[in-house]
Design a protein. Structure first.
Length: 81
C-alpha cells in the first residue's frame, strides 16, 4: 500500500486494489507523501487537450511554452493556419 501511495495512487484506488477500509488507509498512509502530485498529472492532461483543441481550430506550429519555462500558467504559442 505504501508503494502504491508513493507512486501516486489515491486513497480510493488503494482501498479498491487492496480491499481495505478508509480507516485502514488513513491510519497507515497518513504520513506517506505521494512522489507524483496528482495536480501535475491533471495539468499535463489539460495541456494535451489544449493542444488538441488548438489544432482542431486550425492553429499550426503549436509550441507548449511551459516546456521551455515552467511557470504554472497555461501557455502555448501557435499560428493560425
Amino acid at each position: 500500500m505504501i508503494d502504491a501511495r508513493k507512486k501516486g495512487a489515491t486513497y480510493m484506488e488503494i482501498e479498491a486494489r487492496f480491499n481495505v477500509s478508509r480507516w485502514t488507509t488513513l491510519r497507515y498512509l497518513k504520513n506517506i507523501e505521494s512522489e507524483i502530485v496528482v495536480a501535475d498529472v491533471l495539468w499535463k492532461q489539460a495541456e494535451a487537450k489544449a493542444e488538441e483543441f488548438l489544432a482542431d481550430k486550425g492553429f499550426v506550429d503549436i509550441i507548449n511554452l511551459n516546456v521551455i519555462s515552467p511557470c504554472g500558467l497555461f501557455r502555448h504559442s501557435c499560428n493560425k493556419g
